[in-house]
Design a protein around this ligand. Structure first.
Ligand code: NAD
Ligand code: UD1
Length: 317
């Protein structure tokens, strides 16, 4: 039986990927996660088909045997917040750079097949031109953005030096069910969802005219699987944008969330966050051409599905 490993598989995107892998035929999935932000409950529907190892990717001796011999490894474990990497740079550095090196080393030494890496569009920083295309020079604005870029470079170097098959996908702003809204570092849409359901005003950092290419989590999970199957000669060692290709400001997004819910709530405004990228939008040409990227959800469709999930979850809580 072919072994599939998902690091960070108890997290928001990782748990969606695990469900999709099982839907698309994987008999079992191995999850490697230290549960720092992920939760076992995120895997509840598929729990009996998951081998969960509560292990830290920074502990090479503990994690390497879990990865050894895997045909496919999806590396999503990371501390995923821009502001957290500024307030607490050491744990971010350790998980996002040292941990990523460990995962790559474990793949190489354990004879694993392809590694698909969760890279980040934050690597671009502020570019003069939109949409952002993979040939642009990266200009990271935060420790997190730099860390994720180093991970990409390490993937390409493991391919060049040791022949390990790697594909990096630069996710843009991913949203959907199970994104944890409870931390000050939570993704903005998870915060917008809870605010609208609780009829409270969110705080928008800056003037709200910054924009993001919000991408529904199931489209990202689908693309991860496509990247794990595309011909090696075409994709190995390459990094692809994994966005939707659209762009919405935070002001527009909050208005849309309120309109879906049928309420009007004025947001509060606070100071711009350090390390914040102003605008983000993916050129998806390469991912469409080489990986067959074909997002299934428009932004409003994704928002509606996400809002329904938070509504059901908040009612149960
Ligand atoms: P998440 O916090 O829900 O998932 C990260 C998972 O990694 C969690 O389950 C956490 O417990 C685990 N983890 C963290 N450090 C670990 C360590 N040292 N050892 C083992 N497990 C560890 O976040 P997410 O939004 O699902 O992000 C998943 C990946 O996607 C990350 O690599 C992130 O950088 C990347 N990404 C996310 C977005 C986004 O918009 N959410 C965009 C670009 C890239
Ligand atoms: C997000 C992801 C990061 C990913 C990157 C890719 C999270 C937590 N961050 O970073 O992993 O690599 O996209 O593009 O998933 N904001 C508010 N109010 C809030 C929270 C945020 O106004 O309460 C603003 C932020 O200042 C920012 C925007 O919303 O301008 C998005 O912030 P956030 O959701 O934290 O994501 P990014 O920093 O874009």
């Amino acid at each position: 039986m072919s072994k599939v490993v998902v690091t960070g598989g108890a997290g928001f995107i990782g748990s969606c990927l695990v469900r999709k892998l099982i839907e698309s035929g994987a008999e079992r999935v191995t999850v490697l996660d230290n549960l720092s932000s992920g939760k076992e409950a995120n895997l509840s529907e598929v729990r009996e088909l998951v081998d969960l190892h509560v292990t830290d990717i920074c502990d090479y001796e503990a994690m390497a045997p879990i990865i050894a011999g895997a045909q496919r490894v999806f590396h999503l474990a990371a501390i995923p917040s821009v502001p957290k990497s500024i307030v607490e740079p050491v744990p971010s550095h350790e998980s996002n750079i040292d941990g990523t090196f460990n995962v790559l080393r474990a793949c190489k030494e354990g004879g694993a097949g392809r590694l698909v890496y969760a890279a980040s569009s934050s690597a671009y920083g502020d570019t003069e031109v939109l949409p952002k295309v993979e040939t642009m020079k990266p200009m990271p604005l935060s420790p997190y953005a730099l860390q994720k870029l180093v991970g990409e470079y390490y993937c390409s170097v493991f391919t060049k030096c040791w022949g390990l098959e790697t594909v990096a996908l630069r996710f843009f702003n991913v949203f959907g069910p199970r994104q944890d809204p409870t931390s000050q570092y939570s993704g903005v849409l998870s915060i917008f969802m809870t605010c609208v359901l609780e009829r409270t005003a969110p705080t928008i950092f800056g003037d709200g005219e910054q924009s993001r290419d919000f991408t529904y989590v199931e489209d990202v999970a689908g693309l991860l699987i496509k990247a794990s199957r595309a011909p090696a000669a075409l994709v190995s060692g390459i990094c692809y944008n994994a966005g939707n290709g659209g762009r919405f400001t935070l002001n527009e997004t909050w208005r849309e969330v309120c309109a879906i819910e049928g309420v009007t709530i004025e947001p509060k405004y606070g100071p711009t966050r350090a390390g914040d990228v102003r605008d983000s939008q993916a050129d998806t040409t390469a991912a469409v051409r080489d990986l067959g990227h074909q997002p299934q959800f428009t932004f409003p469709q994704g928002l509606r599905k996400t809002l329904e999930w938070y509504r059901a979850t908040l009612v149960r809580a």
